[in-house]
Design a protein around this ligand. Structure first.
Ligand code: ADP
Length: 495
C-alpha cells in the first residue's frame, strides 16, 4: 500500500498508517467482499509462515482450520449482509507447514464515503501461547478435581474415623465413620471445637479424661501422637475403645494450618486382651495350688534317707518344678498387672539389705558361671516399697546379668540415692543387646536374638514382670546396652 504522493496532513497520516502496518506485532489484512486477501502486513504473513506476496490473493478459507471455517464464514456473511459492523472470534489459522495457529480475530467493515461496504479489515493476534497455557491449566484443574474426588471417596469410605481441625481447633470436617461414633462420647451433641468434655475414659474404664487429655485438644495444641487409647461411652456394656493418631498439617512455608486425627475402633481387641489376661490369670492360679503341693512333698522326700541315684533324680524333678513355679507366678503377675493392676504391700524397707541378700543368693550361680559379682551398697537406704516384689526385680536383673555374661566377665551392682529417688544399677560385661531390640526387651515373651542363638534358657517374662513392678511403684527400669560389650539396667524408685 503506497502513501498518496501529494504532501499535506493526509499524506502524513497515510505514511504513519503504512509505518504502523509494517511494524505492528498485530497481524493485519484487508479482505475484499469475495473473501480474498488484498493487503497483508509482515506480522500476519509471518504468523502464517509465508511471504506477504503469497498471502495476497488467497481466500481466507484457504488459511482457516476446517473446524473453524463454518463460524468464520457465517460472521463474514453477516457482515456482508450489513447485519454486523464488526465481530470477534477465536479461531485457528493454518500455517504453511500445516500446523494450526490459535488467533484472536477482530474484524471491522470498511465503507466508502457513500456508506457502501467495500472491504473488511482483519486484525489478528497470535494467542497460541495463551491457548496452550489455558489448556495446561484446564488439564491441571481437571487433575486436581479428579484427585479431590478420589480423596473425598477415600475419606468417606475408610473404616477409620477421620477428623480435620483448623489452626484454632475448630472442626472443619469429619467423615461418616467418625460421625457415627460421635454420639457415644457426646450423646447431647458436640459444639464443633476441640476439647469438649464427654464420656471418655482412660483404659482403666473409670477415670474420665480431662480437657488436656482429650485427643482432639492435644492435637489442637500442636501435639502429634500415635496409638493413644481410651474408652468412649457412658455405659460399660456398650462403650467402645478407640486408638487415635494425630498429625499436624502445615503449609509449605511451615505455618500450622491445623491437624488431622484418625480414630480406629479397637473394642474387640481390648476385650480379647482382657479375656486373655483373665484366662492366663485363672490358669496360673489353678496350676499354682497343685504345684505347691508337689514341691512340698518333693522337699520332704529329699530329706528322706533314699538311695543316692533316687535323690539325684528327685533333685532334677525339684529344680524343674521350681522353674515351673517361677513361670506360673510370673504369668500370674503379668496377667494381674494387665487386668487390675498390681496390688502393693508397701512398708519401710532397708533396700541396701534387700539388695545385699539378693547379691548373696546370686553368688553361687555367678561362681558356677565363672562370672565375678561385686556390689557397691550404702550402709542403709530406707524406702517405702513392697519388699517381696522389689526383691523379685533385683533377683531378675541379677540373674539376667549372670545368665547373659560369659565366663570371665563381671557383674557390678550399685545402689545409691539420687534426687527424690533410689537408683539400682546392674551392669554386666555380657553378650549385650542389639540396638533394634532394646525397645522390645520389656515386652511379654520377648527373647533377644543373641540369647536364642546361644541357647541361653529363658521365658521372656522376667523383664515384663520387673517393669510392671517398677511402674506399680511409680518407678522405671531403663536399659543401655551394646552388643558384645555388656548391658546396664537401671531401676529407679521414687522415695
Ligand atoms: P528371659 O531372660 O527369661 O529371656 P527377660 O524378660 O528377663 O526374659 O529378658 C528378655 C530378653 O532381654 C532376654 O531374652 C535377653 O535377650 C535380653 N536380656 C535381658 N537381660 C539381659 C542382659 N543383662 N544382657 C543381655 N541381654 C539381656
Amino acid at each position: 500500500m503506497d502513501a498518496p504522493a501529494d504532501g499535506g496532513p493526509a499524506a502524513d497520516a497515510a505514511a504513519l498508517w503504512q509505518l504502523t502496518l509494517q511494524h505492528s506485532p498485530v497481524g493485519m489484512a484487508l479482505v475484499d467482499l469475495a473473501g480474498r486477501v488484498t493487503l497483508v502486513n509482515p506480522a500476519f504473513a509471518e504468523m502464517l509462515g509465508r511471504d506477504a506476496d503469497e498471502v495476497v490473493g488467497l481466500h481466507f478459507a484457504e488459511v482457516t482450520h476446517d473446524e473453524d471455517l463454518a463460524e468464520d464464514t457465517r460472521y463474514f456473511q453477516q457482515a456482508l449482509a450489513g447485519e454486523l459492523d464488526s465481530y470477534r472470534l477465536r479461531k485457528r489459522y493454518l500455517r504453511a507447514d500445516g500446523r494450526p495457529m490459535w488467533a484472536d480475530l477482530s474484524v471491522g467493515v470498511v465503507r466508502d464515503d457513500a456508506g457502501r461496504l467495500h472491504h473488511v479489515l482483519a486484525q489478528i493476534l497470535d494467542i497460541s501461547e495463551q491457548h496452550h497455557a489455558e489448556q495446561r491449566l484446564a488439564a491441571a484443574n481437571a487433575e486436581i478435581e479428579r484427585e479431590r474426588q478420589s480423596l473425598d471417596t477415600v475419606f468417606e469410605t475408610v473404616g477409620v474415623g477421620l477428623l480435620i481441625l483448623d489452626d484454632e481447633g475448630r472442626y472443619v470436617r469429619m467423615n461418616r465413620k467418625h460421625r457415627e461414633t460421635m454420639n457415644l462420647p457426646f450423646p447431647d451433641g458436640h459444639a464443633g471445637a476441640a476439647g469438649q468434655l464427654g464420656h471418655v475414659y482412660r483404659l482403666d474404664g473409670r477415670t474420665l479424661l480431662t480437657r488436656e487429655e482429650m485427643p482432639s485438644y492435644r492435637a489442637a495444641r500442636g501435639e502429634e501422637f500415635t496409638d493413644y487409647r481410651y474408652w468412649a461411652g457412658d455405659d460399660p456394656l456398650t462403650r467402645a475403645a478407640f486408638t487415635t493418631t494425630a498429625r499436624q498439617v502445615r503449609s509449605p512455608s511451615g505455618r500450622r494450618l491445623g491437624a488431622v486425627l484418625a480414630y480406629q475402633e479397637i473394642t474387640d481387641l481390648l476385650r480379647a486382651l482382657e479375656v486373655k489376661d483373665q484366662f492366663v490369670s485363672s490358669v496360673s492360679h489353678e496350676l499354682r495350688t497343685p504345684l505347691t503341693a508337689v514341691l512340698g512333698h518333693l522337699e520332704m522326700l529329699c530329706e528322706e534317707d533314699l538311695p543316692a541315684d533316687v535323690v539325684q533324680r528327685l533333685h532334677v524333678v525339684r529344680r524343674n518344678a521350681d522353674r515351673l513355679r517361677t513361670l506360673v507366678s510370673d504369668l500370674l503377675l503379668v496377667a494381674q498387672a494387665g487386668e487390675v493392676g498390681l496390688e502393693m504391700h508397701r512398708l519401710e524397707v532397708d533396700l541396701a539389705m534387700v539388695v545385699a541378700e539378693a547379691v548373696d543368693s546370686a553368688c553361687p550361680a555367678a561362681e558356677a558361671a565363672g562370672v565375678s559379682l561385686a556390689a557397691d551398697l550404702p550402709d542403709g537406704l530406707v524406702a517405702r516399697v513392697d519388699e517381696q516384689r522389689v526383691r523379685q526385680v533385683v533377683d531378675n536383673l541379677l540373674s539376667n546379668a549372670v545368665k547373659y555374661t560369659e565366663a570371665g566377665g563381671s557383674v557390678r551392682v550399685v545402689l545409691r540415692r539420687v534426687a527424690g529417688a533410689v537408683e539400682l544399677r546392674v551392669a554386666d560385661t555380657g553378650i549385650g543387646i542389639a540396638p533394634n531390640e532394646l525397645c522390645d526387651v520389656f515386652d511379654r515373651f520377648f527373647r533377644g536374638g543373641a540369647a536364642v542363638e546361644k541357647h541361653i534358657p529363658g521365658t521372656g517374662l522376667g523383664l515384663e514382670v520387673a517393669s510392671s513392678i517398677a511402674h506399680a511403684h511409680g518407678g522405671t527400669i531403663t536399659v543401655e546396652s551394646e552388643l558384645g560389650r555388656g548391658s546396664v539396667f537401671t531401676l529407679t524408685l521414687p522415695i
